[in-house]
Design a protein around this ligand. Structure first.
Ligand code: HAM
Length: 424
């Protein structure tokens, strides 16, 4: 039988990748808490309507990428492709629309049926922050500030550029849509087939196109900022002034429209060149209309989400897994005592391995290979005399010590690293 493989676009998160992802998750949760975002979680699947309207029936995510199915009761359900719509649904379902603002942090798997490639998966993980209940442009700056600090403390901000745009309010976008469609209609046959389709369904998404023929035509297209109402312009200025004052670098990107329909006003992405075509590590924006689309009241909100796998690819492996002590069992008769010693040390909070190999030399080799700082070697003689052979793995120095003395030595060594100081 052919060995089983994981489903295309999914991945087993093996220890190395998982530990890098954990660094991302821990940092995100820490920084989010400094801004007052509280941890919460929504279900992995929702009724399909939670996503279909807010994200846009014609958006790629809804039109081509959702994992939707009918359950045994006949309900149409969808595996969540993103977190924002679910978080807003949860806020409404839990009766929190009268207790605003609410700031939420979440992390977990998302599902999109996309063409897999490096940094693009069908099951991937996001961390996200949602600041719900404020129309104030300062909350946009707060959310962007949180995202920038998170990336900075991960050590990747310098390799990213913050792209920023304003999508304005509904009135701004309606006016712009008319002008854009009028302009692009003259080039209809020269546009890529995707863009020809979008011209009717969702013309603003054409700005996002990567196709060369579209990019060429777009060079002369009308630009969104010229169509912002004065209110929308003011909102954007407040955001950019706040970012400038706080020293957060950004770049205006008038083609940035984001792939989901619920956005208005501020839209932003942190993009790196180090990951090839999947360089957007974090994206977000304001989504004032989302609550109403889900049957809630008119609520201002802004947030972001970041791709955990993409960030994990970007950060260096900061820490290999290492042990403090290897309990090396010199002969089989000492194995129960060796196990008891290892357990005792683990209960004291130390990371302990018992190397398994046929001979003493190979056990010590293994202890060195897996990064143990010390080896405690015990055999029958050591048990009889209540002693341990303590070996410092980096220097190779070894000395027999009474068990209590060995434990004291290890505590000091592991704390201060008294290399080669076994004689004291
Ligand atoms: P998004 O831009 O669709 O926004 O996704 C956010 C991030 O998730 C992307 O920047 C990327 O790093 C990662 N990502 C998306 N798709 C994949 C994939 N197939 N494989 C790997 N990583 C991926 C949202 O999801 C919005 N909910 C963000 C938001 C929150 N807006 C307001 N609040």
């Amino acid at each position: 039988m052919k060995p089983m493989q994981p489903v295309r676009g999914t991945a087993d998160l093996m220890p190395r990748q998982k530990s890098q992802m954990n660094i991302v998750l821990e940092k995100a949760s820490l920084i989010a808490s400094r801004y007052g975002f509280q941890d919460m979680e929504t279900p992995i699947f929702e009724f399909t309507e939670v996503f279909s309207r807010p994200l846009g029936e014609s958006s790629d995510v809804v039109a081509k990428e959702t994992y939707s199915f009918e359950d045994r009761g006949g309900s149409s359900l969808t595996l969540r492709p993103e977190g924002t719509a679910s978080v807003m649904r949860a806020l409404i379902s839990n009766g929190l629309t009268q207790s605003l603002p609410q700031k939420f942090f979440y992390a977990g798997p998302m599902f999109r049926y996309e063409r897999p490639q490096k940094g693009r998966m069908r099951q991937f993980h996001q961390i996200g922050c949602e600041y719900i209940g404020s129309f104030n442009p300062l909350s946009d700056a707060e959310v962007i500030g949180c995202a920038a600090q998170f990336l900075s403390e991960l050590g990747v901000l310098d390799s990213c550029i913050l792209h920023l745009n304003s999508l304005g309010d509904g009135q701004s976008r309606d006016a712009y849509r008319v002008a854009l469609v009028a302009f692009l209609s003259d080039y209809k046959n020269e546009l890529s087939s995707d863009s020809q389709r979008r011209l009717n369904e969702n013309p603003l998404r054409i700005l996002d196109s990567k196709a060369d023929e579209d990019r060429e035509i777009l060079k002369n297209a009308p630009q969104l900022p010229a169509f912002l109402t004065s209110q929308a312009q003011q909102h954007f200025e407040h955001v950019t002034n706040a970012l400038d004052k706080a020293g957060i670098n950004w770049q205006l990107d008038t083609n940035l429209v984001r792939g989901l329909d619920y956005y208005s006003h501020t839209a932003f992405e942190f993009i790196t060149e180090e990951l090839g075509s999947q360089g957007t590590v974090l994206g977000g924006g304001r989504y004032d209309g989302l609550s109403a689309m889900l049957g809630g009241p008119d609520i201002g909100a802004v947030g972001f989400a970041a791709g955990v796998e993409r960030l994990a690819l970007l950060i260096e492996q900061k820490q290999e897994f290492t042990y403090d002590i290897a309990v090396v069992i010199a002969d089989d008769n000492a194995s129960s005592d060796g196990f008891a010693l290892a357990q005792n040390l683990r209960l004291q909070g130390l990371k302990i391995d018992i190397p398994m190999a046929p001979q003493l030399g190979k056990k010590l080799k293994r202890a060195s290979l897996i990064g143990c700082k010390l080896s405690f070697i015990i055999g029958e003689n050591e048990i009889k005399s209540d002693t341990i052979q303590v070996k410092i793995m980096t220097t190779g120095e070894q000395k027999q010590m009474e068990t209590s003395q060995a434990l004291l030595f290890a505590a000091t060594f592991l704390k201060h690293g008294l290399e080669g100081n076994l004689s004291e």
